[in-house]
Design a protein around this ligand. Sequence first.
Ligand SMILES: Cc1cc2nc3c(=O)[nH]c(=O)nc-3n(C[C@H](O)[C@H](O)[C@H](O)COP(=O)(O)OP(=O)(O)OC[C@H]3O[C@@H](n4cnc5c(N)ncnc54)[C@H](O)[C@@H]3O)c2cc1C
Length: 420
Amino acid sequence: MIMIIILKILLDLMTIEQPFLPSSIDTAIIGAGPHALTLVAHTLQKSKKFHHKFLVFDPSGAWLNQWAHQFNAFQIPHLRSPVVHHPESNAFALRAFAEKRQAELFEPYDLPGTQLFQDFCTEVVHRWQLATKIYPSLVTHLEILEQGYQLRLSEGRSIKARRVVLAHRGGTPYWPEWAIAALTNCPVNRLQHSSQIDLRQVQVNGDRILIVGGGLTSGHLAIGATQSGAQVTMMHRRQFYDKLFDADPGWLGPKYLKGFEANRNWAERFDLVKNARNGGSLTPAVMNQLRQAEKIGKLNFLENCQVQQAIWQQDRWLVTCHNHQQLEFDRIWLATGTQLNIHQEPLLAELQNKYPTEIFGGLPVLDAHLRWPGSQVFLMGGLAALRVGPTARNLSGARMASDRIVPALTKASVCLTPRP
Ligand SMILES: Cc1cc2nc3c(=O)[nH]c(=O)nc-3n(C[C@H](O)[C@H](O)[C@H](O)COP(=O)(O)OP(=O)(O)OC[C@H]3O[C@@H](n4cnc5c(N)ncnc54)[C@H](O)[C@@H]3O)c2cc1C
């Protein structure tokens, strides 16, 4: 009997169909996050025909999987951005969707609740019939062909595309040198980057945790850890400060973007992008929660302080700071963000060789449609910041990037601009 069951399972496994993959497609979109969804919704709004022309690649096989994971893993109750920022082209669509869910719009400026935003995006996917437009695979190589591109997929198959959009966020988690050195000699999970942490799963009751970094992620981690019974120290090389949005709202319109776009000095543009984000900040609401935790002795702030060395000694970390202060912890969590650098993007390696473009601070100079000059490869997200500005990686940046890319995808006249 057991043999029959095993044989049946083997037979079933052999007959499981791989999802259909055409040999070629007009437009391949890499990544199925909010940036890709924004681009697709905006393009379909302009041209319904586009529905037959594209395929999205993402290893999860689902829309916004990574987005949902990060909100759930950090137990984030609502977005930082107001209700007008979302993937649909009608800026008021999310507000209308929330008509009967007003309690899920948070103060100030109606910040959408996590579930509300996710439900809205599900509605966007449904509205544009996008559920079946994702092929579940990681793109491992992007090769330049005489005509178009070849995407090699993690399971060994490949597909040709006339145009490619990279909406994969990119970047690598930033590990400071002291942390790389410390990793060599410590037990699993005692030193982690925020991208490895899921607050729903950690067991930290009674642990002393050092959280390094001054952005909102450090705040979310600290709140989650104190609520799980940990004793938290938040360390920042500068002072912790709070502001509502990660970049001034002037960067969403002509107030700052006019001057930015008029500036032809790309190095200066890079500085503007960097300075506008100013290395990360907490929101007033999160700062308030942290101050409460500080008051009841669950949390303390260490400002203007940097780790020089961390050594795992028997069962704890001995951390030495630049000011020679020595501290002991059970865990270290890095909320040090990600580093964007075009030289560390394997998918763009061949493109860089064949069509070298200027690079400033690791970011490429793209054409006005966010196309890698000379090619039909478009970039969205933080990698497009020299064109889009400091909010390039955010939902607002996805809209601005779409405004630039959509005409190139839908109008023949801007399809083949010559290499500048
Ligand atoms: C915790 C957190 C909260 C944030 N909150 C806000 C907010 O409130 N408002 C706001 O405007 N911004 C916010 N942001 C910033 C930004 O909007 C998000 O990071 C957003 O997820 C970026 O969207 P994306 O589509 O570029 O990337 P992602 O959401 O990361 O999606 C990219 C997708 O690409 C896939 N992928 C990667 N490489 C490949 C490959 N080689 N082949 C195929 N697929 C690939 C990944 O699996 C992923 O699903 C937040 C960021 C974080 C980290």
